[in-house]
Design a protein around this ligand. Structure first.
Ligand code: FAD
Ligand code: NAI
Length: 461
């Protein structure tokens, strides 16, 4: 048993960042993690492994489709799936060990095991009870289940199973055209699987700007992904090596079935609070099963909560920002997260990135806005790398010119979006961006051109 200023439960991006920041602020800190490695969903079975497979499969796609166009001739590489998985695991290992190193460097104790909260001020790990002035819950999320669908992580898988399939499936059905479905669907489509995405709604990536939804879906179709939209999955009938997905089309209630070797269920994630003892501790929850918070404080004094287990987008960087803000608040400083400027990125090719309001949200709120749009077709650098598909769209207040939202589909969109994030964080205008010199030839010039299009007009449109 030991006494701590802070015990963080969960070693994902929310928890480990919070623990490190607490230690940096002079607080005696421990982090409880039940997995064998630190880094949570993100490093072990989420962001990092999926990006490794996206990178590997994108490289194959480049070799197969674009190398010859540049005079690079010869046989395309063949896929050694085992080695690709080993590369992915190596990337995971490097990252999770990195967090262990940071814990040692910052003198954060890693309490190995599953933690619970017997009472405010106490955390139980195994048989040991530790005292803590503050407890931060960062227990993350898990895949949500679908009625009539039983996951075995072999034939019917979540993203976790999809990251370590024993072989590349010939046919894959993805249930859900959200972020996981489209990223993992892209991976397997590039590796040769016939991928069909079954989505309940009429548009992919709900919540994204409509322009992006339409163009993105068109591009993914060109890349070989099939879509069945407006389809309510009834159940999945799984056999040993294949499964049938039964669905009803919402428009006419007609019933259909399709087969595949693997079905990926990617219909969202839900907060993970199992075994924490929150009810007994008196921690209030929201109707959607998240821990209710106000500035990262729960309803029980001394217990805080951050990341996927709380409200808001389930994103690693949102969890990290909350981790830092909670640590700073615990240390008596002014923790801060600007929830209006949290970017979202889909790491397909082209990438899709978005921050702030969509056009639909502005319309609904009755805001008078203007649109500056610029196609990557007008960007020399993008054309040189066969990435002319896509655009930058800037939404700015009509009267003040203040930038309210930016939506990008195109090369390195996930990097370009930060130009908009910094601008919006400082309350900048489209003219501020348009008057900033951008190096040539860069993809970033497309962002500036979209800003110019909010005023007198883009040059290369
Ligand atoms: P988690 O990362 O889920 O970490 C929680 C940790 O707490 C876990 O390790 C768990 O074992 C531990 N834990 C839980 N309960 C206890 C307990 N009682 N005792 C001890 N330990 C406990 N987000 C992005 O921003 N970008 C991406 O590219 C991205 N890609 C993703 C790809 C996939 C396939 C998935 C599934 C998710 C992806 N996400 C991505 C989402 C991202 O992983 C999460 O938003 C992020 O991990 C949330 O961080 P967290 O710290 O709140 O929780
Ligand atoms: P999601 O919420 O992004 O998408 C789920 C999709 O499934 C939606 O389009 C929804 O309409 C659809 N759906 C729900 N029920 C359905 C049904 N019965 N039949 C057919 N379709 C149905 O959830 P996803 O993709 O599982 O991702 C979970 C979380 O992980 C997301 O919140 C995301 O933020 C995070 N994540 C982030 C990534 C990134 O930042 N690049 C990558 C992967 C995940």
């Amino acid at each position: 048993m030991a006494d701590y200023d802070v015990i963080v439960i969960g070693g994902g991006p929310g928890g480990y960042v919070c623990a490190i920041r607490c230690a940096q602020l002079g607080l005696k800190t421990a982090c409880v993690e039940g997995r064998e490695t630190l880094g949570g969903t993100c490093l072990n079975v989420g962001c990092i492994p999926s990006k490794a497979l996206l990178h590997a499969s994108h490289s194959l796609h480049e070799a197969e489709h674009n190398f010859a166009k540049m005079g690079l001739k010869g046989k395309s590489p063949s896929v050694d799936w085992k080695e690709m998985l080993a590369y992915k695991d190596d990337v995971i290992g490097q990252n999770t060990k990195g967090i262990e190193f940071l814990f040692k460097k910052n003198k954060v104790d890693w309490l190995k095991g599953w933690g619970s909260i017997p009472a405010a001020g106490q955390v139980k790990v195994g048989d040991e009870v530790h005292n803590a002035k503050h407890i931060v819950i960062a227990s993350g999320s898990e895949p949500s289940s679908l009625p009539g669908v039983e996951v075995d992580e072999k034939v019917v898988v979540t993203s976790t199973g999809a990251l370590e399939l024993p072989k590349i499936p010939r046919k894959m059905i993805v249930i859900g055209a959200g972020v996981i479905g489209l990223e993992m669907g892209s991976v397997y489509a590039r590796l040769g699987s016939e991928v069909t995405v079954v989505e309940f709604l009429d548009d992919i990536t709900p919540g994204m700007d409509k322009d992006i939804q339409k163009t993105f879906q068109r591009t993914l179709k060109k890349q070989g992904l099939n879509f069945i939209m407006g389809a309510a999955v009834q159940n999945v009938d799984a056999k040993k090596t294949k499964a049938t997905v039964n669905y009803k089309l919402r428009k006419d209630d007609s019933e259909h079935a399709i087969d595949a070797d693997v079905v990926l269920v990617a219909t969202g994630r839900r907060p993970f609070v199992d075994g924490l003892g929150l009810e007994a501790a008196g921690v209030k929850m929201t109707e959607r099963g998240q821990i209710a918070t106000d500035h990262w404080k729960t309803s029980v004094p001394g217990i805080w909560a951050i990341g996927d287990v709380t409200e808001g987008p389930m994103l690693a960087h949102k969890a990290e920002d909350e981790g830092m803000a909670a640590a700073e608040s615990i240390a008596g400083q002014a923790g801060h997260v600007n929830y209006d400027v949290i970017p979202g990125v889909i790491y397909t090719s082209p990438e899709v990135a978005s921050v702030g309001k969509t056009e639909q949200e502005l319309k609904e709120a009755g805001v008078d806005y203007k649109v500056g749009k610029f196609s990557f077709m007008g960007n020399g650098r993008a054309k040189a790398v066969f990435m002319g598909d896509g655009f930058v769209k800037i939404l700015a207040d009509k009267a003040t010119d203040r930038v309210l939202g930016v939506h990008i589909m195109g090369p390195t969109a996930g990097e370009l979006i930060h130009e908009a994030c910094v601008l919006m964080e400082y309350g900048g205008s489209a003219e501020d961006l348009a008057r900033t010199c951008h190096a040539h030839p860069t993809f970033s010039e497309a962002v500036r051109e979209a800003a110019l299009a909010c005023g007198d007009g883009a040059i290369h449109a």
